[in-house]
Design a protein around this ligand. Structure first.
Ligand code: HEC
Length: 409
């Protein structure tokens, strides 16, 4: 029996993570929407922010927001934190199971940077910890003095981080680590700012006193940041299944644009709820432009740095490469995993159903082989099978000459 514990852990934790994430993100969008539609009432008392009337599931709801609470409601108060914590915990578990466990395969790409397994995990963990410390420190320092500067600095720091990650880790690991870093910031916002501030507000209400309104503003600011980060994070996480994004030679730029597109769509939603249609459409147009730019950009891949000894296009044309040579290379370097009967202990089933047993299968996958073994050098995975630069050059030349295979007898 083939019992694949890695894959089952991956599937079950992923399922849980997506469920928890949906709950968290749904809550985030619901409350941001609520804040955007609240209407202040003239008769609202001290701490009154506004009221909204909702209709759902066959009933009318009246919701009133206040930053002060009468002691009478405290006993039946609902807090919202577990959806955030469980999303983060399951995401972190998934990061370990899928990436850190076999960091040598999934986080290191020798063509990007020659890191050891421990170094790659160090980069991944460092991004989560340092990302939060820098973000939190920046906003504690500047939020009240100059929030605009804090915002610009945060965005610039993100661009720098996206660039650094893609220069150190394999493309996929860089995208996922970037998403995990933003997700960590979101969960830490809940654990380290929103919840502590709310506990202080709660304590003030219990004592029959008044909460400092600044506690509410700080919590609201972090909660708004979280809302703006949700869509970029989801985009980054699912982009992992699409090698045209992380596999691109300028993948850092794609990552940054993806971040911007997510924020743009989020801003459109929030502007629309506030009745600021004009600003909303500008944000939406910018997001769509970003999306189109990515599509266009990935359609014209920038050339990867040539491996030592790579044949030039003209050289390639001069010396036709025989398919026998190509099949020899693929058999030596790829078939271990990409076969109907893989010999690899790690991958008893051909990964992504990608098999190179016959000339037709190889030819059919030519474009993907070019992307994975030539442009990004993401394959062979972790270069476990020790593919040489000369072999990549031969493969590239064959692809450049039209990837032809001998006609059937
Ligand atoms: C040690 C095992 C291993 C070896 C050797 C290996 N691969 Fe892969 N390959 C994988 C795995 C695992 C995946 C799936 C990655 C993922 O999770 O998407 C994959 C995926 C692919 C894909 C699919 C990408 C997609 O978009 O679906 C291509 C193409 C590919 N490999 C080409 C190659 C080529 C060409 C070679 C030889 C030069 C090679 N691989 C050698 C393990 C291997």
């Amino acid at each position: 029996m083939d019992f694949n514990i890695d894959s089952w852990l991956n599937l079950v934790i992923r399922w849980f993570h997506v469920m928890a994430g949906i709950l968290w993100i749904g809550t985030s969008f619901f409350f941001i929407w609520l804040d955007n539609v609240l209407q202040p009432l003239p008769e609202g008392g001290k701490g009154h922010v506004g009221k909204a009337w909702l209709f759902h599931g066959g009933g009318f709801y009246q919701v009133e927001k206040s930053i002060q609470a009468p002691a009478s409601i405290l006993a039946s108060l609902h807090w919202f934190k577990w959806e955030a914590y469980l999303t983060w915990l399951s995401g972190f578990a998934l990061l370990i199971v899928v990436y850190w466990w076999r960091a040598d395969l999934y986080m290191v790409n020798p063509a990007v940077a020659q890191l050891s397994k421990a170094q790659a995990i160090g980069v991944g963990l460092g991004a989560l910890v340092v990302g939060w410390l820098v973000y939190d420190g920046l906003w504690r320092w500047l939020a009240e003095r100059n929030p605009k500067v804090a915002l610009v600095l945060s965005l610039l720091l993100y661009v720098g981080t996206a660039y650094a990650l893609t220069q150190l880790l394999s493309g996929r690991a860089a995208f996922v680590t970037s998403g995990a870093m933003l997700g960590t910031i979101m969960a830490a916002n809940v654990a380290m700012v929103i919840m502590p501030n709310q506990r202080k507000m709660y304590a003030a209400a219990t004592a029959g006193g008044e909460a400092d309104p600044r506690l509410s503003y700080q919590a609201k600011r972090r909660s708004t940041h979280n809302n703006y980060l949700t869509l970029p994070v989801i985009f980054m996480m699912i982009s992992n299944h699409f090698s045209m994004t992380w596999g691109h030679a300028m993948n850092w730029l794609i990552l940054v644009v993806m971040f911007g597109v997510g924020i743009g769509v989020d801003h459109y939603i929030n502007c629309r709820d506030k009745g600021r249609k004009g600003a909303g459409y500008v944000a939406l147009a910018a997001a769509l432009a970003g999306l189109l730019a990515m599509v266009w950009f990935t359609a014209t891949p920038a050339p990867a740095p040539p491996a030592a000894g790579t044949a030039t296009t003209s050289g390639a044309a001069a010396t036709p490469v025989s398919f026998a040579a190509v099949q020899g290379i693929i058999t030596a370097r790829c078939i271990e995993c990409h076969s109907a009967h893989p010999t690899s202990k790690l991958f008893p089933i051909a990964p992504n159903g990608m098999k190179f047993d016959t000339p037709a299968e190889i030819q059919q996958a030519a474009a993907k082989i070019k992307l994975m073994a030539i442009d990004t050098q993401a394959m062979p995975l972790g270069n476990l099978t020790h593919m040489t630069a000369e072999q990549r050059a031969t493969l590239a030349a064959w692809l450049g000459q039209g990837a032809s295979i001998p006609a059937k007898e």
